[in-house]
Write a protein that binds this ligand. Structure first.
Ligand SMILES: Nc1ncnc2c1ncn2[C@@H]1O[C@H](COP(=O)(O)OP(=O)(O)OP(=O)(O)O)[C@@H](O)[C@H]1O
Ligand SMILES: [Mg+2]
Length: 262
């Protein structure tokens, strides 16, 4: 079956300035955590920001942003995003029935994502961030072909196995002509809160080398930090709960680099 012909065209999003994808080649590297904190960091720069959780496998944004309710609908049948920490949010996890994601394949998935972009009252927004599922399979390819994405940031951990997946991510975005704005190294180093010793649990610096190899910007590194994880679990990203912490400063620095890249 030729699914290419059934993929809807990239429709512009009226009232939405830029669409940014947060991607990773590998699962569990901190993509949703990064998407949530980047959204907050951009809003702290004075911008209006939305966050679309397009991860059908594990929609985590509702937990990480503390937004569990079902979104309401307008009389015209448009969905109203929830608003938390100043960010407009929609997640498949707010709507999906248990088991349903299994049947979302190719054209159906494309249609659903188009609806999440087109039939949600996002506007007015300066930035809409899309938290993609991990990997570079059909689903991600369809998403990046369907959504009018202006740029992608790729999250990785420093160790080699994750970096191999970054190469695939970069190639995928090249295939669909989406500019890669840069790479973020997450869980980069661990600083012991008791003795201040730094330990590079997953290594350190791999993402910067990868970025230079592929001639794409290195956007920054976020340390492995307990408060990043608890912030996510408790629904208050560290950029809000501990704005002076090293990870929060790192996210804000990355947000400014993203803004400067357009
Ligand atoms: N810098 C960090 N320090 C400590 N914990 C972190 C950090 N980044 C992410 N985590 C934690 O690691 C776990 C995985 O993060 P997250 O869910 O953001 O990854 P993901 O790439 O979105 O995963 P998936 O591929 O399943 O969507 C979460 O429990 C999160 O709180
Ligand atoms: Mg995730």
């Amino acid at each position: 079956m030729n699914t290419q012909t059934q993929i809807p065209p990239r429709l512009p999003l009226p009232g939405v300035g830029r669409l940014l994808a947060v991607a990773s080649g590998k699962g569990g590297v901190g993509k949703s955590t990064t998407a949530a904190n980047l959204a907050v960091a951009l809003s702290l720069e004075g911008l209006q920001v939305g966050l679309l959780d397009a991860d059908i496998y594990g929609p985590n944004v509702p937990t990480m942003m503390g937004a569990q309710e079902k979104p309401s609908m307008t009389d015209e049948g448009r969905m109203l995003p929830l608003v938390r920490h100043g960010i407009k949010l929609i997640s498949l996890g707010m709507i999906a029935e248990p088991g349903l994601p299994i049947i979302w394949r190719g054209p159906m998935l494309a249609k659903m994502v188009t609806q999440f972009l087109q039939d949600v009252d996002w506007a007015p927004l300066d930035y809409l961030i899309v938290d993609l599922p991990p990997g570079t399979g059909d689903v991600q390819l369809t998403l990046t072909q369907t959504a009018p994405i202006d740029g992608a940031v790729i999250v990785t951990t420093p160790q080699a196995v994750a970096l191999e997946d970054v190469q695939r991510g970069i190639q995928m975005f090249n295939t669909v002509s989406v500019p890669v704005l840069g790479v973020i190294e997450n869980m980069s180093a661990y600083v012991c809160p008791n003795c201040d010793t730094q330990t590079d649990i997953f290594g350190h610096g791999g993402a910067a080398s990868m970025a230079s190899l592929y001639d794409i910007p290195f956007l920054g590194e976020i340390p492995l930090d307990l408060a990043v994880r608890t912030g996510g679990d408790q629904g208050t990203p560290i950029t809000i709960s501990l704005p002076e912490s090293s990870p929060a400063i790192g996210y804000r620095d990355i947000a400014r680099k993203v803004l400067a890249s357009f």
